[in-house]
Design a protein around this ligand. Structure first.
Ligand code: XIL
Length: 369
């Protein structure tokens, strides 16, 4: 007994010390505060603080927010003469209250458009729409929304321009016009071009050409948003690194704006995030309906670790890393590209507990500093 007591005191003290230091550093935003913002995408319920536990997790871990859906044009501009800012007002107020970096997603995008927008068929009407839409929304939040996805997903996989309703009616001039209108409405807001798969070489070349052209024509582009809807084995770290280097060589910031890593089989080896692509489900395509096996949990943790290691190596070029959702239960990847699956793409699970991936991201900072 005599020997046990001092031993116990030492152990208890050690435990207490390590618990306190864990507490101090156990938050993504604090661990990475000198590197880049750590963001998340908020659902309507999260903006309205429907769940107190989720809310405290959001406030503890993240210092940047994007609205997952409510700032898309079908919600903010449902009819030609009608804007609806009820939810976006709440979103911005939430970010201000919690002193977070607020990102606006998105102004000009071919998906999740209001039905009336899809019917615009001539250039005069489209020009009027773009001017009214961008000016009204950006001015409304002037000085309050820190950065905008001015244009989202304008490119095809081969780097050519997507035949969107904007390109069809206005030609490629719509791109520079969008950036000019946004700058005029809020000269201080940071303006981004955002897309998926633009770390892949052909699409990356297209994105670089597009950004250069907008700049040459007098548009202000402050950054590129690489969405980062990725897989366990691709894209390669080499392609991601090349992208960081090549984009930042244009004199712009690089943000990873919608990061998640699917662990489920992909139909037709699908890459990217084209939200209109949908496939039939089957048991084979939904292998982990109850829980994620340890082996995959570990793979996910390793993948996140290597990605964040690379991000840290280039922290001087990276402005923000935003996860596409707070926790696995909320992820759009449970329903895309196949409805009703159970995916595990984020650092927090559906019960809000952190996963091994979270620890591996934090560990990179603990061992370094
Ligand atoms: C997704 C949302 O997460 C889903 O809830 C919605 O049903 C479809 O859109 N690229 C984007 C995001 O820029 O806006 C998309 O978000 C995912 C792909």
């Amino acid at each position: 007994m005599k020997f046990i007591k001092p031993y116990l005191v030492v152990v208890t003290t050690l435990l207490a010390v390590s618990c306190t230091s864990q507490k101090e550093t156990t938050s993504l935003k604090d661990a990475y505060k000198n590197d880049f913002y750590i963001g998340t995408a908020l659902s309507a319920d999260q903006i309205e603080v429907k769940n107190a536990k989720e809310d405290s997790l959001i406030r503890k871990e993240f210092n940047a927010i994007t609205a997952e859906n409510i700032m898309k044009s079908m919600y903010t501009h449902p009819q030609k003469d009608k804007y609806d800012f009820v939810m976006s007002d709440k979103f911005v107020a939430y970010g201000e209250k919690n002193k977070m970096f607020i990102h606006g997603h998105t102004l000009i995008w071919h998906s999740q458009l209001a039905p009336w927008m899809e019917k615009i068929a001539d250039s005069t009407e489209m020009k009027t729409f773009m001017k009214d839409h961008i000016t009204t929304i950006v001015s409304k939040y002037k000085g309050r929304i820190n950065s905008w996805d001015v244009v989202n997903e304008a490119l095809n996989e081969d780097g050519t321009l997507r035949q969107s309703v904007f390109l069809k009616t206005l030609g490629e001039k719509y791109l520079v016009d969008a950036f000019k209108l946004a700058e005029k409405a809020d000269p201080k807001a940071e303006l981004y071009y955002n897309d998926y798969n633009i770390e892949e070489s052909a699409k990356r070349a297209g994105a670089i050409a597009l950004i250069k052209k907008i700049k040459v024509e007098g548009g202000k582009v402050d950054g590129v948003g690489i969405q980062g809807h990725w897989r366990l084995n691709s894209p390669s770290l080499e392609e991601i690194e090349k992208s960081i280097l090549e984009y930042s060589a244009l004199g712009i910031k690089v943000a990873f704006t919608e990061l998640d890593i699917t662990v489920l089989p992909n139909p037709w080896d699908l890459k990217g995030a084209e939200i209109s692509q949908k496939f039939e489900g089957s048991e084979k395509m939904n292998p982990y309906p109850k829980a994620l096996p340890d082996s995959i949990q570990n793979k996910l943790a390793e993948r996140y670790e290597s990605i964040f290691k690379l991000f840290l190596k280039h922290k001087d070029k990276i402005s923000r890393v935003t996860f596409w959702g707070v926790h696995d239960g909320q992820s759009w990847l449970n329903d895309w590209p196949i409805k009703g699956r159970t995916n595990y793409p984020l650092p927090f699970d559906a019960t809000l507990r952190h996963k091994k991936a979270y620890e591996s991201i934090l560990k990179l900072k603990k061992t370094k500093e």
